[in-house]
Write a protein that binds this ligand. Structure first.
Ligand code: NAD
Length: 286
């Protein structure tokens, strides 16, 4: 029987989420997507108008089908948490049931269960500020959108995940090594995400037989990465210094996610898996 995946954090065809969806679809999974509410309209319109058709092509020539797109804002767990100004905001008012709890309920109503949960989202409003200049508000916002959002997603989706299921998030080496420019508490958020991966692997493994891993990905020119401002430099640095001197493709991360979600990885949980052309192993640039 085919597996069903819910991938949170796709709003165009340039990011890791899209590539993961494609690799999972190529392996036969049914694809459900959670899209950030303010980006939902343009994403659905572009999908419908065929703007992504070229990037929907799978290795066998068929087009990836997205069964359903759900609105999602992963910084809110349930309707009680949504402030009035967001509720009435024009970009939110047109959608409904987009808190994490409601999204999980909608998926349950529509499909019953899922097998694979992917968290491919992050946000840090002060990412361009050094940590020393980051406000408390900016720091906590980075943790809320990039780290707790994963705890919340797993918490609310676990009840509808089949035993043997697999959950994957995306992290970045700035959690453990100094990457100047990855500021605003985003390095802290990734450190939390990686630590939580271990604790959640224990809890979800013992209670529900679900595996929890995170992929530490190398640099990709996604929309989110371009907003940080130093992505071209990071890609050049990797090209110059990594053991494998080639540009990293999103597909390589997608394929690793498909492996981690499959029975081939049945003994892997609580792990940080590097998909970065080996850059993490270098001690010095050469
Ligand atoms: P992306 O722009 O494709 O994905 C980020 C997504 O998060 C966007 O679709 C955005 O709409 C969504 N999002 C933001 N706030 C949200 C919220 N509150 N609720 C729901 N969705 C929200 O960019 P990406 O670089 O592919 O990012 C995916 C993941 O990969 C992130 O965790 C990122 O930190 C990680 N990552 C990226 C790189 C890189 O170089 N691009 C490297 C390592 C790790």
């Amino acid at each position: 029987k085919g597996k069903r995946a819910f991938i949170a954090g796709i709003a165009d065809d340039n990011g890791y989420g899209w590539a993961i969806a494609k690799s999972l679809a190529a392996a036969g999974a049914e694809i459900l997507v959670g899209t950030w509410v303010p980006a939902l309209n343009i994403f659905e319109t572009s999908l419908r108008r065929g703007k992504f058709d070229e990037s929907r092509v799978l290795p066998d020539g068929s087009l990836m089908e997205i069964t359903k797109v759900y609105p999602l804002d992963a910084v809110y767990d349930s309707p009680e948490d949504v402030p009035e100004d967001v509720k009435t905001n024009k970009r939110y008012a047109g959608s409904s049931n987009w808190t994490v709890k409601e999204a999980a309920e909608s998926v349950k109503q529509d499909f019953g269960t899922i097998d694979i949960l992917v968290h491919s989202l992050a946000n840090g409003p002060e990412v361009s500020k050094p940590l020393l200049e980051t406000s408390r508000h900016g720091y906590l916002a980075a943790l809320s959108a990039s780290s707790y959002s994963y705890v919340s997603l797993l918490k609310h989706f676990i009840p509808i995940m089949n035993p043997g299921g697999s959950s994957i998030s995306l992290t970045y080496i700035a959690s453990e090594r100094i990457i100047p420019g990855y500021g605003g508490g985003m390095s802290s958020a990734k450190a939390a995400l990686e630590s939580d991966t271990r604790v959640l692997a224990f809890e979800a493994g013992r209670k529900h037989k679900i595996r929890v891993n995170t992929i530490s990905a190398g640099p990709l020119r996604s929309r989110a990465a371009k907003a940080i401002g130093f992505i071209d430099m990071m890609i050049d640095y990797s090209l110059a210094n990594a053991p494998l001197q080639k540009e990293l493709s999103a597909e390589e991360v997608g394929n690793t996610a498909a492996f981690l979600a499959s029975p081939l990885a049945s003994a892997i949980t609580g792990a940080v898996i590097y998909v970065d052309n080996g850059l993490n192993a270098m001690g010095v640039g050469v």
